[in-house]
Design a binder for this molecule. Structure first.
Ligand code: NAD
Ligand code: 89V
Length: 342
């Protein structure tokens, strides 16, 4: 049985804890939060009695096989470095770091310490996204030459996550990072991008609309567009919609997980809805299922000594897209060479 220690018992950590309870060969045996009431609440809810306000103390007292970091971004670097210095494998929530420079340093620290590192980049683990990836891999729509990854909503994310309203950077760093990672997952790595951003909601600090145009190593081009200022007739939070064109046909992932594959003139429609776990709450169940999937993947990788799909190294490429998007937007849609970022 792998013993894990979770750091950060806030809004999203409850999803981690529910998912861990359902995963074989793993038990979260210790919790840490600087906020005593959150710590006690999570301990009571999940029956965990080893409770700490100091992560260094939790790690020193152990025994632990890994650490799961579910704090907000400002504490990711010191906590990842703390885990690495104790030789503990580490999962870290997205956004992995505040800057690409920090992210590279964190990956380097873990590699030098010889500890496995996975970024909890979960959107690509959503069942509908995996289903689309399987269709592309089957070759049914041929060679992909164009794609659109779209997330448009007016859902109030600020009541559950108030820090999102006060940070200088909002939608690309928090949500766009998932959308960019899905684009990488489906269409491959990126060479150049251009981005435009805008703030519509006057009561928040950062940008809440972003449009990003990318060219992939394969030669395909894609658009990632995201908005938290888009009031639709039907609110689709937190669904990611897809449009993909290939040499043999097209694929569309539309509202409510309707997948249409048009291949060699023949159309097939199917529903690729996520599983509703017993502990999940709509409309979050799509994200919650992906939390279960990515954490199960981590446990399997740790046991079999495999590198997780969203390792630190892998996530540097998604972090680079975030950095490039902000650089491009600041430069009035400047075209940014993703591989040449400082
Ligand atoms: P939150 O503010 O609700 O919770 C963070 C908790 O960490 C707080 O209780 C805080 O007291 C604690 N904390 C901070 N620093 C600490 C430290 N050094 N030691 C111990 N405890 C510490 O934040 P949240 O909304 O739960 O977000 C946490 C992370 O999860 C963020 O990085 C966020 O981007 C991410 N998130 C991911 C998804 C997803 O789908 N992947 C969804 C929501 C949030
Ligand atoms: O997934 C996330 O990181 C969340 C949300 C879906 C609200 O953007 O912060």
């Amino acid at each position: 049985m792998l013993k894990g220690g979770l750091i950060g018992c806030g809004f999203f950590a409850h999803n981690h804890l529910h998912a861990w309870q359902e995963i074989d060969n793993v038990a979260i045996t210790a919790l840490c939060d600087r906020d005593e009431s959150r710590l006690k609440e999570a301990g009571l809810k999940f029956g965990i009695t080893k409770l700490y306000s100091d992560a260094a103390q939790m790690i020193a007292e152990g025994p632990l096989d890994f650490v799961d970091i579910a704090t907000t971004v400002a504490t990711h670097r010191p906590l990842v470095e703390l885990a690495a210095s104790a030789g503990l494998p580490v999962i870290c929530q997205k956004p992995f770091a505040e800057s690409l420079i920090d992210a590279r340093a964190m990956v380097d620290t873990c590699e030098r310490a010889g500890v496995p590192l996975m970024v909890h980049e979960n959107f690509r683990w959503q069942a509908p996204i995996r289903a689309v990836r399987d269709v592309l891999a089957s070759g049914r729509i041929g060679e992909v030459f164009w794609g659109r990854v779209s997330f448009r909503s007016a859902y109030d994310v600020f009541s559950g996550q108030p820090y999102l309203a006060t940070s200088d950077r909002f939608i690309i760093e928090d949500l766009g990072i998932h959308i960019l990672d899905i684009a990488r997952f489906l269409f491959g790595d990126v060479t150049r991008l251009s981005a435009a951003t805008k703030r519509i909601n006057p009561s928040i600090r950062g940008e809440d609309v972003a449009t990003i145009l990318m060219v992939h190593e394969s030669g395909a081009s894609s658009i990632c567009d995201c908005s938290y200022a888009t009031a639709l007739e039907e609110e689709l939070f937190p669904q990611t919609l897809l449009e993909i064109d290939g040499s043999r046909g097209t694929l569309r992932l539309s509202a409510n997980y309707e997948l249409t594959i048009h291949s060699d003139g023949v159309t097939e429609k199917q529903t690729v809805a996520p599983v509703l776990h017993a502990w999940a709450t709509k409309p979050w169940h799509n994200i919650q299922e992906s939390v279960h999937n990515i954490q199960k993947h981590w446990a399997q990788c740790l046991i079999s000594h495999r590198t997780p799909e969203t390792s630190g190294q892998d996530n540097l490429k998604t972090m680079a897209l975030v950095a490039a998007a902000y650089q491009s937007a600041a430069g009035n849609l400047a075209s940014v060479d993703v591989k040449a970022l400082p």
